[in-house]
Design a protein around this ligand. Sequence first.
Ligand SMILES: Cc1ncc(COP(=O)(O)O)c(C=O)c1O
Length: 347
Amino acid sequence: MSNNFIPLSANELVKRINNIPKVELANLPTPLEFLPNISKELEINLFIKRDDCTGLAFGGNKTRHLEFIMHKAKMGNYDCVLTGAATQSNWCRQTVAAANKLGLETFLVLVRGIKGNQMQGNFLLYDILGAQVDVVEGENVEDIPEHLDRKYDELIKAKRNPLLIKGGFDIKDTVLAGISYANAMAELDFQMKENNFMADHLIVTAANMTQAGCDLGSKILGWPTRIQGISPVYWEMNIKEDIARICNKGAEMLDIDLHFSADMINNDNNYVGEKYGLPTSEGIASMRMLAKMEGIILDPVYTSKGFAALIDYVRKGIIKKNENVIFIFTGGGPAVFAYNEEIANLK
Ligand SMILES: Cc1ncc(COP(=O)(O)O)c(C=O)c1O
């Protein structure tokens, strides 16, 4: 980071972000709620940022990303959108919904993942939303770009003009998604001021771009907050380097003199469990705890693992008594219905 960087106000950050074109898809700002019962139990001040309430087809963090990523859908003569991930992907659900709003058909290429093609959760929602779906063998989401290139050629041969969106695998998309979360940090800046506190910790379940936006936004605004990403996946790539790279490109785009390196990024993969897409008993226990004490339902693949980490950090003293903590609830709720057996069997 540049030593003489002067933090921006939230208003100034929003002004710069507003220079980047986008389409409106989300209900913003999402609420910031205090959680009185869990706060008492954990002896901290815990707030939850309700990004599950962004509104588009059951909401989630991807709606914010798509506001910026989907702008290019209006720029070319595209007649459809092509994207992919695993069969229970929240990204794909929100992308199909966004494309529908923009009047474009969507083709999805999905690795079978843990859940395959059972008509439940997100997979059921692709069907209701009217996407054209191909399911391919395998579980590794890092294989997706290759499958997407193949499908792209097939669509071109069929005289279609697809907008190919590689999302987390495309540096331009990840930077735009990061910008959308820098915007969420500006929202939080206003909301913390209204509530008279500054967060000591911000916990977000993050594969890469959402955390990058949190790191970027919080540094631009000069917060003292420790931004902690909890990974839902074991990456083959160096994720801290990837997050720092997204932050640097985002800073450049916003004309901000900040430099990020991997050692500034906190991302913990100790709560993934066996693998991506398989719930953990600690995650499901944390999901049940939040549901029982505050009436909020997390998801089994991402946020329940993030919330389990938060509870463990309190137990280990990483988060200390009376500290102010924000948990970003990035959505993913529809997956609970696809994971009914795992959830019912993990008490
Ligand atoms: C519910 C939920 N939380 C968190 C994430 C991680 O977001 P990102 O890949 O932007 O880090 C995802 C991504 O798929 C998600 O669906």
